[in-house]
Design a protein around this ligand. Structure first.
Ligand code: PRX
Length: 685
């Protein structure tokens, strides 16, 4: 069944924004041949305080031989994103439309926010930021769970031209500190804590550790604004901010079944303040600061293959039109739909498809704080049923983990409102695709397997629900404005069927512009391998019908449950341990996570390799990077397979990790007996 082609259902196609492959091809061709006209038409839907200068709609250089890399869209134009997402929608008569249904970790906690209220809260918080001395161009770090104050904080930054840098609230204090230091964040916004499933996480405590680490490195976070989320949950009518238009919040820190008492929140009077206290007297209006098209909108850190995270920088005009357009076409969004993207806003998927894309289309979406497994493993299906969701966008790892619980949990709920299903973050295996298609989508929804990256800002290779015949596991064809090529090792274009490096030939509006404060690294990371192309770092195969199949990373990156990380960053944490002489990390296929971390460890002379060391190393990675990075396997390696020049042959380690004795040529190894030793020491997993 996996090699069958699945055609969009005719009812879906007839009503879709893009109804056929012919229409797709025409639109795609225009977007490539005449980007000014194609994107210029789309840009007209938004408000521009000043227009684009003559002949300046689109300029770029992708070729290092011809000078520095640059990408510019709509030069000379100015606008304000929050104005386009909020004021404009309210002015068009959509003030009472729900922007977000908030669904808490506990099913009894829920609320909602209209466009009017979102605008008011955004303006108030923008005034709070101003009162803390935040000005256009300043960086604001945000370390928050999935609560309404998170998009409010982001939009408030855009209101005044501040640059937000959201750090996923599952990252450790070290990771948060490293990111705040790199971006020189002036202000940090967080919450006292959050319940994730049955677990209480004290975010403010992590923030305090991070701010202390930043200070040791000669930078100071001037203010920390804290949402009283735990207290609000415990006492909905008491303290705490209530950025809602009604709902029900009754479960808090004392009622999640753990009997926990209100925790101590560390506090520094000179630096810290409560969100709700600051908001009390804040003015409900704030005139938007007009921002130039190429001024920064946000920084979002992503793992880099050297281990140091990369501050991907997106700018204003191009990102706005690209987020809006991909959202509209890829999810075939219509005004009465209810959209749900399960990704955390701390990742790019949440930025573009929880916040910017939906709001730019005046959409109603679900903002979900919880996990798929709490309080039961049917939570996703119950939320789809509860809000009558029409587009559901999630990750293959979530699908695989939910498949385990059988079909009956899905069948308990009415999922017939679904029209489009989306997948993102890693290749989706055909088994998961078919389960998603047949069971969740009742065989009538289209599946959008969307390939993209933090760097691309929005979808770049994806089916369109009403147009593209689907093949399970293929991300299919490029989105408007995107021109992919497959290159061989020598940079030669592979025509027709074949497999190679996935690169892009010209920029689309939503692509990154640079790495924050490091344009040099931007150029070497993405443009040096093949001059004239943006190199994704992924491999892809083109089949006889022209479909693209992403084959995975071809650099030293790996993708655990959709979280991209580098082997180098994990290795550097492991070798910090005093008992470890050397570490080499590879990825191993995992049935649920997609890939998992498999770590080879050489202990220092005289140190024994024992269970306690294994546990300490796993804990260290959790603490230093975050719980999602915990290694699955620690393998004792008295030595590593190295070439005579000292390069570790990861290809061999990957074979050992999967127990495949067919390791290929070992003649370049300095000592090939190590391969047998490593097979003998292979732990039973
Ligand atoms: O390897 C690709 C994989 O995720 C990487 C990007 O990760 P990140 O910047 O964290 O953004 C994730 C969400 C957009 C890519 O280089 N990836 C993402 N989507 C897919 C994918 N691999 C295969 N199929 C996809 N649909």
């Amino acid at each position: 069944m996996a090699d069958r082609i699945y055609y969009p259902k005719s009812a879906l196609a007839e009503a879709a924004h893009c109804k056929s492959m012919e229409q797709y091809k025409q639109m795609h061709e225009k977007s490539i041949k005449n980007p000014e006209e194609f994107w210029g038409e789309i840009a007209k839907q938004f408000y521009w305080e000043t227009p684009t200068s003559d002949n300046k709609f689109f300029s770029y250089n992708f070729n290092l031989n011809e000078g520095d890399i640059f990408i510019k869209w709509m030069e000379g134009a100015s606008t304000n994103i929050s104005f386009n997402l909020l004021d404009k929608n309210v002015k068009c008569g959509n003030g009472d439309k729900i922007a977000f249904y908030w669904e808490g970790n506990d099913p009894d906690d829920y609320s909602r926010l209209t466009y009017r209220k979102l605008l008011e809260e955004t303006c108030k918080f923008a005034n709070v930021l101003k009162s803390k001395g935040v000005e256009k161009g300043d960086r604001v770090a945000i370390y928050m769970p999935m609560i309404l104050e998170l998009p409010i904080a982001m939009l408030a930054c855009t209101r005044i031209g501040a640059v937000h840098s959201v750090v996923f609230a599952g990252y450790s204090s070290d990771s948060l500190a490293e990111r705040m230091l790199d971006s020189k964040a002036k202000v940090l916004i967080t919450t006292d804590g959050v319940w994730r499933g049955p677990k209480l996480l004290l975010l403010k405590t992590i923030c305090d550790e991070a701010m202390a680490k930043v200070k040791v490195n000669n930078h100071e976070v001037e203010s920390c604004i804290v949402v009283s989320h735990l207290r609000r949950l415990a006492n909905p009518h008491g303290g705490g901010s209530t950025a809602t238009d009604g709902g029900n919040i009754k479960n808090g820190i004392n009622s999640n079944g753990n009997g926990a008492n209100e925790p101590n929140i560390p506090w520094d009077d000179d630096r810290d303040c409560w969100w709700h206290e600051e908001m009390e007297d804040a003015e409900p209006s704030c005139y938007p600061v007009w921002i130039s098209a190429e001024d920064p909108l946000f920084i979002l850190y992503t793992s880099g293959s050297t281990g140091k995270p990369k501050g991907v920088l997106h700018t204003t005009a191009g990102y706005l039109i690209y987020a809006a357009t991909t959202f509209k076409y890829v999810f075939d969004y219509k005004p009465n739909d209810v959209f749900w993207c399960t990704a955390d806003i701390g990742w790019i998927t949440g930025h573009t498809y929880v916040v910017y894309g939906p709001l730019a289309n005046c959409a109603t979406s679900v903002l979900f704080e919880g996990t798929p497994f709490h309080p039961q493993n049917d939570r996703y299906w119950s939320v789809i049923d509860k809000y009558k969701v029409s587009q559901f966008y999630t990750a293959p790892t979530a699908i695989r983990s939910l498949m385990k619980f059988g079909d009956s949990l899905v069948k308990k709920y009415d999922l017939t409102t679904l029209r489009v299903l989306g997948s993102v973050g890693e290749p989706i295996n055909s088994e998961a695709w078919l389960w998603f298609y047949n069971l969740v989508g009742h065989g009538k929804c289209s599946i959008a397997d969307t390939f993209w990256q933090t760097e691309t800002g929005g979808h770049v290779i994806t089916p369109l629900p009403g147009a593209t015949p689907m093949k399970p596991g293929s991300a299919t064809f490029p989105f408007f404005g995107v021109l992919p090529e497959l290159l061989d090792e020598d940079g030669k274009i592979i025509e027709g069927e074949g497999e190679g490096y996935l690169v892009f030939r010209q920029p689309w509006p939503g692509m990154m512009r640079t790495l924050y404060a490091n344009h040099e690294r931007f150029q070497t990371t993405y443009f040096d391998r093949f001059h004239g192309y943006y190199c994704t770092g992924d491999g892809a195969r083109r089949d006889a019908d022209g479909y693209l199949w992403i084959t995975g990373r071809i650099d030293d990156m790996l993708n655990v449950s959709g979280h991209l990380m580098s082997t180098a960053e994990v290795e550097s944490v492991l070798t910090e341990h005093p008992a470890v002489a050397e570490a080499a990390v590879v990825s191993k296929p995992h049935p649920v996570k997609g890939q998992c971390l498999y770590c080879f460890i050489t202990p220092n002379e005289g140190r024994k390799f024992e269970k306690q060391l294994e546990d300490e190393l796993k804990k260290k990675v959790r603490e230093k990077i975050g719980p999602f990075a915990q290694p699955d396997v620690i393998h004792h390696a008295p030595g590593l397979p190295k070439t005579r020049s000292g390069k570790i042959m990861r290809r061999i380690l990957r074979k050992i990790a999967i127990g495949d004795r067919n390791v290929g040529d070992t003649s370049t190894l300095a000592d090939d007996s190590i391969v047998d030793t490593l097979f003998q020491l292979r732990p039973q997993v």
